[in-house]
Design a protein. Structure first.
Lengths: 238, 292
């Protein structure tokens, strides 16, 4: 199976202090890969680097065979890589419909945009009802739907998701993860998922990567990680 | 009563121009959190170009079009060549740079055109037409109202109905997220400055004929009035800029009409101070929209 994303030797630092050390990572096409680890392990930094918001000091990020070095942030989504950032990034001053439109605007084809939006509304019915509401009027669950829906407007092939279940009721979080599985199975979407909730992340993921203090300490199929008691105790805390 | 009516209409006409000029300030503030102190002198520069073009072609409208086009280009150049360099710096840097630009541009304009007031006629009669025995609106006032109204409708359509407008709003509210969604934030900033300078140029073309004439400092007092208007309305709010502009126009017209025109500059500053003390965020901002 080919890799949709291949990261090798990624090192990133803020103000001279490195936060990621020599990180290697691969996401196979059409699979969900969970990045696990305690707070401060470097998970969000990893995602921010992958989506071009931070520049690595060394290392390579290869997306579908092309090196992403020097590609500006705003071009990544055109290539098929969408990022739902930490905190979801809903634009509070825009309506639900405007947030969604913005997600697919780069394609410039009105008819396609409308069709994609209809598809998103089908996945997230509550958004259709609230399409005229401003972002800051939404509940936590609705914001999550909007963030995911807006990312899907770009019709990405790889989705970077930062803590999708953070602040959500358990039922809502489970529904989000189930949706990821469905998108993977039905449209071959690949997902790189950063998640605090290890158990539920491993339950939907195909592969898992465990990070600690900016390094990758384990990479294995999700099932193997879930079954490795020693690793679980040492790094994942359950 | 007649005098009151006349002053009201005159105030609204002036206020319409302040509203447009304030709108230009709001456009840039929303996108960059910079108050463009150079906006007045940019507008004056385009008016000088209009003066030259009108003199060479004999057509007021050729000059008018040249001023608007020059506004677009100047705004884009100022953003690309100057403001982009101080975008990441502390806010005071942008203020100082803009003020430097004012001195530089006023100096250069003075060298090119001299510092005497040049005649800058209006394209229509400024004599008030008499309605039911009361001298009210002039043809020029009507032209001013019509132009500003057209401008506002145009801007409203641009921002609410077009993809470019959506990108500009998104980039202004949340630049980092917008970038992730594929918006070239740099490009929307350049466009925002170009558009603001175009609006400023238009306001300059409308207001300079009502003053003493063309001079490198011809827009200074207009700038202070429009800045006051924008602060009154809340720098974040386009609707606030319009209401603020009209309000400031009315106040200045009444003060000038009843207390003498010498007191208007003082009145503008007094109003600005009062607003800053009483409600520094403006009347129309802070409606509860917060970043999520």
């Amino acid at each position: 199976m080919t890799d949709v994303l291949e990261v090798t030797g990624l090192t990133v630092g803020y103000d001279g202090v490195s936060v990621l050390h020599e990180v290697d990572l691969r996401v196979r096409a059409g699979t969900i890969c969970a990045v696990l680890g305690a707070n401060g392990a470097g998970k969000s930094t990893l995602l921010r680097t992958l989506s071009g918001m931070l520049r690595p000091s060394t290392g390579r990020i290869v997306f579908e065979g092309t090196d992403l070095r020097g590609v500006p942030v705003e071009h990544l989504v055109r290539r098929g890589l969408a990022h739902v950032p930490e905190g979801r990034g809903i634009i509070a001053e825009l309506t639900v419909a405007e947030n969604l439109r913005l997600g697919g605007l780069f394609r410039g084809d009105r008819r396609e945009l409308r069709a994609t939006m209809a598809g998103v509304y089908e996945l997230f019915e509550p958004l259709r009802e609230r399409r005229g509401h401003l972002g800051h009027q939404l509940s936590g669950g609705e914001r999550q739907m909007l963030a995911l829906g807006r990312a899907l407007m770009a019709r990405p092939r790889l989705l970077l998701l930062d803590e999708p279940s953070l602040g959500l009721a358990p039922r809502m979080a489970a529904r989000t993860l189930a949706l990821l599985r469905r998108l993977r199975d039905e449209s071959g979407l690949s997902v790189l998922l950063v998640e605090q909730n290890v158990r539920s992340a491993l339950s939907v993921a195909d592969d898992g990567v465990v990070m600690a203090l900016g390094r990758v300490v384990a990479a294995a199929p999700a099932r193997a990680l879930a079954g490795d008691d020693q690793l679980r105790h040492a790094y994942l805390g359950f | 009563m007649d005098r009151f009516l006349f002053l009201t209409v005159d105030g609204l006409s002036r206020g319409a121009v302040y509203a447009a000029f304030a709108l230009a300030l709001v456009l840039i503030w929303r996108g960059t959190r910079i108050v463009n102190f150079a906006q007045g002198v940019l507008a004056v520069a385009t008016a000088y170009l209009a003066y030259s073009v009108a003199g060479a072609t004999g057509s007021y409208w050729a000059g008018f079009a040249a001023a608007l086009a020059a506004g677009l280009v100047l705004g884009a150049l100022v953003e690309r060549l100057v403001m982009r360099r101080v975008a990441q710096a502390p806010p005071l840097n942008a203020v100082i740079v803009a003020l430097g630009l004012v001195l530089l541009a006023q100096g250069v304009l003075g060298m090119l055109y001299g510092t005497q007031y040049l005649p800058f006629p209006a394209p229509f009669s400024r004599t008030a037409m008499t309605v039911a025995g009361v001298p009210l609106l002039s043809r020029y006032d009507l032209f001013v109202f019509g132009t500003v109204l057209l401008l506002m409708v145009g801007l409203a359509l641009l921002f609410t109905r077009t993809a470019t407008g959506l990108r500009m709003r998104a980039a202004a509210f949340a630049p980092d997220v917008s970038r992730l969604l594929g918006v070239s934030v740099g490009r929307t900033l350049t466009l925002g400055w170009a558009l603001a300078a175009l609006v400023g140029a238009l306001a300059g073309m409308l207001v300079i004929p009502t003053g003493l004439g063309l001079h490198p400092t011809a827009m200074d007092l207009v700038f202070v009035s429009a800045f006051t208007a924008a602060v009154v309305g809340g720098l974040d709010s386009p609707a606030g800029a319009v209401v603020g502009g009209l309000a400031v126009g009315l106040v200045l017209s009444y003060v000038g009409g009843y207390l003498g025109s010498a007191s208007t500059p003082l009145a503008v500053l007094a109003l600005l101070v009062v607003v800053l003390l009483a409600r520094p965020t403006g009347l129309f901002s802070g409606t509860g929209a917060r970043r999520v």
